[in-house]
Design a protein around this ligand. Structure first.
Ligand SMILES: [Zn+2]
Length: 114
């Protein structure tokens, strides 16, 4: 169970790593300052990663509006869930909106359309 984390947190981590990759790529580009073409390519690549991250952050914003606020039955805190099944942001208790799935083993694939 511990390998699952709340989906929005997962996407947020992804967006953050994109920024890091972007900066690393740009940093590598600085080493090629003697050849402006290669440096420019690295700079553009790095910039693309950062733009991609901005897009992902925007997407998180969009997703956040679709989340449903629920009270976690396990820890009692208000958490947000996305899709049919998700996980409590605080205690990682699997949550479901679908009574059919209640009590079943948590599985990401329940979110996919059948
Ligand atoms: Zn909880």
């Amino acid at each position: 169970m511990a390998k699952y984390s709340s989906k929005i947190n997962k996407i947020r981590t992804f967006a953050l790593s994109l920024i890091f990759v972007g900066f690393i790529v740009m940093y590598v580009g600085v080493y090629f300052r003697n050849s402006p073409t290669i440096m420019t390519i690295f700079m553009i690549l790095g910039l693309l990663f950062i733009i991609a991250s901005t897009v992902v952050y925007f997407w998180i914003g969009m997703l956040s509006t679709k989340t449903i606020q629920v009270k976690c039955p396990n820890c009692g805190k208000a958490t947000k869930m996305l899709g049919r099944v998700d996980m409590c942001m605080y205690c990682r208790e699997p949550l479901t909106l679908d009574p059919e799935l209640e009590g079943k083993e948590f599985d990401e694939k329940y979110n996919k359309k059948r």
